[in-house]
Design a protein around this ligand. Structure first.
Ligand SMILES: *Cc1c(COP(=O)(O)O)cnc(C)c1O
Length: 353
């Protein structure tokens, strides 16, 4: 795939309709999108076309049997106007892990990064520049073949949409430790970013919200004793002065933000531990004050502070995270690296052009 990507431009840009002072998250979709078709055992040349509705068969296999996976990453424009995408290679690798688990065809890193870079270059004017804002990128793959019988599809689409987003200020969230429902079991699809994991998480989350919480901590499917994730984010704690996070298993999503913060931990002067974390240990730490911070980490919010944790109806408050907290220092460092304010020693920024 060395030939330049074929581009069909919009007749009239919608950029002027965007209220950049009030972006929210995911409200606007940029002018163009990437579309590649998989058939006859291979990906056809990707195209960039105007963002628009598309026709599809009601018998499209993705709708019935759930072969649908996605990614989420961000592009930034720094103060010198340089455009970078954050860790696209790692997102490409994770996409392929998800695709493999769902019996879907791999998207080469070349196809992923080339089509993504071409799209961002074309819609560069959609990248917001106010502090903390970014262009959110949504690559996804789904089974497009139409057939009613249960089968692994032979035809797929790979598409990329982008959306200018404001900083995702999450106010500190109230957590309920869920010991009834599970998001994922070991051996299941929890490590894959597949659409069905989200559909299955809505109901228990809604129940928690009706009980006055914002989010749940998912626990392990076998014993409901160990913590997996927080909503659709990885979770981290500062316990006895150390950064502690659940180790990766097949029921956890291997977050790029999780990996980035673990990688930066040494330079933020904290020891890190990836291991099993029991609810009992968290409750003990909340009781005796050795648990000083709890927060979710993910691309959308970067860091989402946790205000309280409820375990079997026993509710514990966490101190408000100040500027000296680990979570805010980590967030700041990550933001500064992405904007080129601090050196990108790990080569995470993929500059285009
Ligand atoms: C996407 C996602 C995350 C966060 O991953 P990042 O790569 O950091 O955005 C965490 N947990 C779940 C379940 C997710 O889907």
């Amino acid at each position: 795939m060395t030939a330049p990507i074929q581009i069909e431009r919009v007749k009239k840009s919608r950029l002027s309709t965007v209220d950049f002072s009030n972006l929210g998250f995911g409200n606007y979709i940029s002018d163009h999108m990437v579309v590649a078709i998989y058939k006859n055992g291979e990906w056809q040349e990707p195209k960039i076309v105007p963002y628009a509705d598309m026709t599809m068969s009601p018998a499209m296999l993705a709708l019935h049997y759930g072969q649908s996976v996605f990614e989420g990453l961000k592009a930034f424009k720094n103060s010198e106007g340089r455009v970078s995408i954050f860790r696209p290679q790692r997102h490409a690798k994770r996409l392929n892990k998800s695709l493999e688990r769902m019996c879907m065809p791999a998207v080469s890193e070349e196809l992923f990064i080339n089509s993504l870079s071409a799209l961002i270059e074309l819609d560069e004017a959609w990248i917001p520049t106010s502090e903390g804002s970014s262009l959110y990128i949504r690559p996804f793959v789904f089974a497009s073949e139409s057939k009613l019988g249960v089968k692994i599809a032979d035809e797929y689409r790979f598409m990329i949409l982008t959306s200018p987003v404001a900083p995702y200020f999450s106010k500190p969230v109230r957590i309920k430790v869920d010991q009834e429902y599970v998001r994922a079991a070991e051996g299941g699809t929890g490590f894959a970013k597949c659409a069905g994991n989200y559909g299955g998480a809505f109901y228990p989350t809604l129940l928690a919200q009706k009980q006055g919480f914002d989010q749940v901590f998912w626990t392990d499917a076998k014993e409901h004793k160990y913590i997996d994730e927080s909503g659709a984010m990885n979770v981290m704690f500062v316990l006895n002065g150390k950064l502690v996070t659940p180790q990766l298993t097949s029921s956890l999503l291997d977050g790029v933000t999780r990996n980035s913060i673990l990688t930066l931990s040494a330079s933020l002067n904290i020891e890190k531990e990836e291991r099993k974390i029991s609810i009992a240990e968290i409750e003990e730490g909340l009781k005796n004050g050795t648990l000083s911070e709890a927060f979710g980490v993910g691309t959308a919010a970067v860091v989402s502070p946790i205000a309280s944790i409820s375990i079997e109806g026993r509710n514990y408050q966490l101190p408000v995270a100040g500027p000296e907290s680990f979570q805010l220092r980590a967030k700041k460092k990550l933001i500064n690296i992405r904007l080129g304010i601090e050196p990108d020693t790990h080569n995470w920024n993929h500059y285009i052009k």
